[in-house]
Design a protein. Structure first.
Length: 187
C-alpha cells in the first residue's frame, strides 16, 4: 500500500519534504499580501474512515497505478480481499470489556495510515473539484493539512464549512495565521 502513496499529489513524507515543497512553491509563485497560512486537522481520522470507502480508494489507485508497483504476484482482488479480512471485525478491549469496532480503521493496524491517506486523497480530489475557491498551496501529512489561502478570511471560513459538509463521518478544524499567531504543523 505504501507504494501507492507516491501517487497522492498532496502527500507529505516528513518535515523535510514539506519544507522542500514550500520552498519550491515560494520560488515559483509570489505570495500575495494578505495571504493566510493555515493548518487543517481531520478530527479522529482513523475512526472516521468507512472501510468500504477506503477499499474503494485503494481499488481506484490500483486501477490507475497497479502496473507501476510491486504487488508480489497478487491481483487487485487478492489485495482487496486481504485488506477486507484485516479490517473487518476488529475487536478491542477497554476496562476489561471487549468491543467490536463498527466504523473506521483500527488504531495500531499497520494498514491504517496508508489506507487513511488514500481515502483522504479520494475525498479531497472530489471536494477540491467541487469547491468554488481552492488553496494556492495544499499538502497533507496523514490527517494534517498545511496550506496557503489567497481569497480572504471569509472565503477560508466558507471553505472549512464546505469541507465539513462533504462527508457524513469527516470533521475538520482549522488554525490560521489571520490572528498573527504561529500555525502548528508537523515539527
Amino acid at each position: 500500500l505504501k507504494q501507492l502513496l507516491q501517487y497522492v499529489p498532496t502527500h507529505l513524507w516528513d518535515t523535510g519534504d514539506f519544507l522542500k515543497k514550500l520552498a519550491a512553491h515560494s520560488d515559483q509563485e509570489d505570495v500575495p499580501e494578505g495571504s493566510i497560512f493555515f493548518s487543517i486537522d481531520v478530527v479522529n481520522l482513523y475512526g472516521s474512515v468507512p472501510v468500504n470507502e477506503a477499499l474503494d480508494a485503494v481499488a481506484a489507485k490500483l486501477d490507475k497505478h497497479g502496473k507501476d508497483i510491486e504487488t508480489f504476484g497478487l491481483s487487485k482482488d487478492d489485495i482487496l480481499n486481504m485488506l477486507s479480512q484485516s479490517l473487518e471485525d476488529n475487536v478491542f478491549s477497554f476496562n476489561n470489556k471487549f468491543y467490536r469496532q463498527k466504523l473506521g480503521l483500527a488504531m495500531g493496524n499497520p494498514c491504517a495510515p496508508p489506507l487513511a491517506i488514500l481515502f483522504l486523497d479520494q475525498f479531497e480530489a472530489k471536494a477540491l473539484e467541487a469547491s468554488s475557491f481552492k488553496p494556492a498551496f495544499l499538502y497533507r501529512y496523514i490527517d494534517d493539512y498545511a496550506g496557503l489561502w489567497t481569497h480572504g478570511q471569509q472565503a477560508l471560513d466558507d471553505f472549512l464549512a464546505f469541507l465539513n459538509s462533504q462527508h457524513p463521518t469527516l470533521s475538520f478544524t482549522i488554525e490560521h495565521s489571520g490572528d498573527r499567531q504561529g500555525v502548528p504543523f508537523l515539527d
